[in-house]
Structures are given as C-alpha cells and as structure tokens.
Design a protein around this ligand. Sequence first.
Ligand code: UT7
Length: 336
Amino acid sequence: MYNSKITGLGYYVPKNVVTNDDLSKVIETNDAWIQERTGIQERRHVIKGDGDTTTSMGVKAAKIAIERSGLHKDDIDFIVFATLSPDYYFPGPGVLVQRDLDIKTIGALDIRNQCSGFVYGISVADQYIKSGMYKNVLVIGSELHSHGLDMTTRGRGVSVIFGDGAGAAVLSREEDNTKGILSTHLHSEGQHAEELSLIAPGMGKRWVTDIIADNDPNDESYFPYMNGQFVFKNAVVRFSEVIMEGLGANNLTPANINMLVPHQANLRISQFIQKKFGLQDDQVFNNIMKYGNTTAASIPIALTEAWEQGKIKEGDLVVLAAFGSGFTWGSVIIKW
Ligand code: UT7
C-alpha cells in the first residue's frame, strides 16, 4: 500500500467582484446583515459572456496545480471533478477537462456531493493511489453559482451567500506511509436531502415536455433552497464529529492541528469550531470574506491560498472538513 500526497495546488476566481452593497442594489439586503450572519464581504460572479464556465474555471485551476506539481499533463492518470453546477446536465465536466487539457484518454469521474465534493474527491483519488492503480490524480472543485441564483428579495437567504470559483489539487504516490493523506472519513444522511437542494431540473419532478409547456417563471424549484438554521445546527455538530473522528483514527487530538481548512459555509460556523477545539487564529484558515461560499471549490481555493501564504509547511498536520447538501460531510487528515 502506498500513501498519496498533494503535490500541486491552484485556484482561479472570476475577476468580477460583487460587494454586499452591490447586492443591496438588486435585492432587499444590506452589508451589516450579511457580514453579521455570514462574515462575507464580497464574492466573485462570472460576467455573462466573458467565457468563464464551471469547466473552464476548473481547467485554469488545474493547469496551475499541474505546473506546481512539476508533472506534465500527460503524467495525470485520472480526473475527478466535483461540482453541483455543471455546464451540461450530461456529460459531466470531467470529460470536458480531459478534452480541454488535451490529455490522453484517461478516466474522468464526476462527483455530486456539493459542499463535501472536494473531500469526497480527495478520498476517491487517495484510494486509487493507495491501491497502486494510479500514480497521479487530478482533483478539481469548481462552481458557477451566479447564473442559477434567485437574484430577487425572495432568494436573499441563499443568493447573498454563494460565489463562483475553482480550485484543484494533484495527488501523487508517496512511498513513505507516515506522510501525505493519513485518512479520509465520509458520511451522508439522505433523510435531510431536501433541506438544502435544487429540485429542478430533475427527472423526479415532471416530464421535460411539461416543464417546457408550463414555462412558469415563478417556479421556485429552479432555484436553490436552504433551510438555513436547520443546516447551520447540523453543520456545527457534523463538522465537530468528523474532525474528531479523523483525529481519533490517527491517535491525534485537536492540539496536534497546525492548520484546519474548513469548507467556507459561514464564518460563524468556522469560529464555532475554532472555539470548540481551542484553536488559535493562525490554526484555522478562512477566506469566505472574499469569495463567499463556493461549495466544492471552497476547500481547494482556501487550501491553495493558505499554502501560497506560507501558512502550511512540510510536516504540518492539516485537516480538511466539509458539510453540506445531502446531507454529506467528511474530513481529510494530512501530514504535509
Ligand atoms: O455550504 C453548505 C452548508 N451551509 C451552511 O452551513 C449554511 C448554514 N446556514 C446559515 O449560514 C444561516 O442560516 C444563514 C446565513 C443562511 C441565514 O442566517 P440566519 O441567521 O439563520 O437567518 P434566517 O434565515 O433565520 O433569517 C432571519 C431574518 C429573516 O427575517 P425575519 O423573518 O426575522 O423578519 C429573513 O427574512 O433575516 C432575513 N433575511 C435577510 N435579511 C437581509 C434573510 N436573508 C436576508 C438577507 N438580507 N440576505
């Protein structure tokens, strides 16, 4: 058995910055409410027509990650792509990355685990590398939320939170079993599937011909729905549980954490976890203030920024943790 380690990281965000004040011009909201409840100051939204898509942003992040890994694109053995906002209903963006990176006809897998998508993706890549099947796996998390949000006051509880962007990591074989990804821990609880969901377009709801015939602009099922307080309450419990599960599996405690990179769902959730585990400010990385919640992209963007800023060093214990729609949640324990 081998271990896998992260050998390259990259991210890309669209250039268009949307502040809370910008949002308050189109929906009834305000900077004070958004900052107080979420910590978000601004986010990025793709400008329609400027060419950014979920796939293209993922490709841009991937190119940086591959270059930093020191590999050639044809050294990549497998692609894993996590998103809830794919370019097409099908095929998923994994194959579009294979095409747009112009690499060999390697396998490409799409992951549909929303905010936990990157953690699930890392876990999949880790298993392939552990088993010896692949040497280098590219994992991408990318989201283009802004084209699908309800930008009216009706949707304000959701629409102020989400932002666009992409992050990517290259995982490579590590011969030393004490280094790299030590373990991953995944969970789901489908009982709460609809509490944070986008019901349509979906084959479970209606015939597509009915949807076209109705063409109902007031059909809210085409916009994301979130039972915010219920999700918040579950998030703080599951984040704590799955971090402790990961640490426990490796005979570690919160005191051993050098850097916790939580999914950027809400600054209040990160602060709650930080306090609960007695971590200092330099032991938890947050960038939700700048990018909002970018779902599957949030951990790889945050991890890349933390690494770029020199906040993660060789030998550090790095913990990734996510919770979101499904519900799904998970953690990754890494010896950097
Ligand atoms: O990434 C996946 C996981 N996601 C999460 O973990 C998110 C978890 N949930 C949350 O972060 C929070 O629940 C929110 C930030 C989404 C909402 O905060 P909240 O404190 O739970 O607010 P609320 O939804 O209970 O709404 C409180 C009030 C309501 O007004 P009334 O009924 O008290 O008069 C809302 O209508 O705030 C109002 N409100 C807003 N006001 C200004 C809701 N959205 C807005 C807004 N601007 N954008």
